[in-house]
Design a protein around this ligand. Structure first.
Ligand code: GTP
Ligand code: MG
Length: 277
């Protein structure tokens, strides 16, 4: 497998990110609670080394509760960084974020008396714009269930103290760690058209069986553990009725069904990564 995805507009996004970073007082990085390491931008640590950083683990409603708790403790143990967990219901998130930013902001001493700008960054489709709308309490930014909905930076003024900048989802040039790349493909951060769906479906089936075989077998009512990935995919295809016109199994539809079921939480709350011990 070789998942690599770095379309032309990512170069523009990176250049824009570097330029914008010089003018903001804080950075919020939104990561996917199901894959907090794979969805963390390795460039950000270096590009925004001197900025207070708030990490937000979003889509926690789709992730394993216990692992999310461990990840939060892990991130909070790192310096100049704080971590919050958010899910579909983003009530009171605005105050929590502003409080966290004010604690992190070096010139604030717990009270902001100047205007501050905060850049929201993260991989595509992780929920940055949705989060901004929840913070602002209005539909200020466009959202959608696919990568690359936000095409350019957008400033959203919260009050006299804080302005947020929404940014297009960003991926980094080298996805060397192919397990991490698979996590990003499975969670929906990489555009479908850039992926070989059958291969990603196959690899995802193997990964999900390794993490939580019962969840997969239960979902597709498979009573006997399959002896191979092919047998498993066949059983999934039969269960979801993924057939070609002649009646043979359609592997593409089978793979799509598995990916969609994982992404929408129909397989249950499955996290793909655990924090370092
Ligand atoms: N289950 C779940 N879905 C969420 C959550 N937050 C956002 N979403 C959904 O995730 C999808 C992507 O949301 P966006 O806010 O457009 O994501 P984005 O990071 O701005 O995406 P780009 O602009 O394309 O980079 C939408 O379908 C949202 O409804 C969450 O906490 N839980
Ligand atoms: Mg967006």
């Amino acid at each position: 497998m070789k998942i690599s995805w770095y379309p032309g507009h990512m170069h523009k996004a990176k250049k824009e990110l570097i330029k914008t970073l010089s003018s903001v007082q804080a950075v919020v990085e939104v990561v996917d609670a199901r894959a907090p390491a794979a969805s963390t931008n390795p460039l950000l640590q270096e590009l925004a080394a001197d900025k207070p950083k708030l990490k937000i683990m979003n889509k926690a409603d789709l992730a394993d509760r216990q692992l999310t708790h461990c990840w939060k403790e892990y991130f909070n143990s790192q310096s100049k960084q704080s971590c919050l967990v958010t899910e579909l219901d983003k009530q009171n998130i605005s105050q929590q974020i502003v409080d966290a930013l004010e604690r992190l902001s070096p010139n604030a001493n717990g009270h902001i008396d100047v205007s501050q700008t905060c850049l929201i960054v993260g991989i595509p489709n992780v929920g940055k714009s949705t989060l901004i709308n929840a913070i602002a309490g209005r539909k200020a930014a466009k959202t959608g269930n696919e990568p690359a909905v936000t095409k350019g930076q957008q400033r959203i003024k919260l009050d006299q103290h804080w302005t947020l900048i929404d940014s297009p989802g960003m991926m980094w040039p080298r996805l060397e760690d192919q397990r991490a790349a698979l996590c990003l493909a499975l969670t929906g951060a990489i555009r479908q058209t850039a992926l070989d769906i059958e291969e990603i479906g196959w690899l995802s089936a193997e990964l999900l069986m390794e993490i939580d075989a019962n969840a997969v077998l239960d979902r597709y009512q498979i009573t006997e553990a399959p002896e191979s990935t092919e047998q498993l995919m066949e059983a999934i295809g039969v269960h979801v009725g993924a057939r070609n016109k002649g009646g043979s199994l359609n592997w593409h539809k089978t793979a799509e069904a598995l990916l969609n079921d994982y992404r929408s939480g129909k397989l249950g709350r499955i996290s793909l990564e655990a924090p370092p011990a």
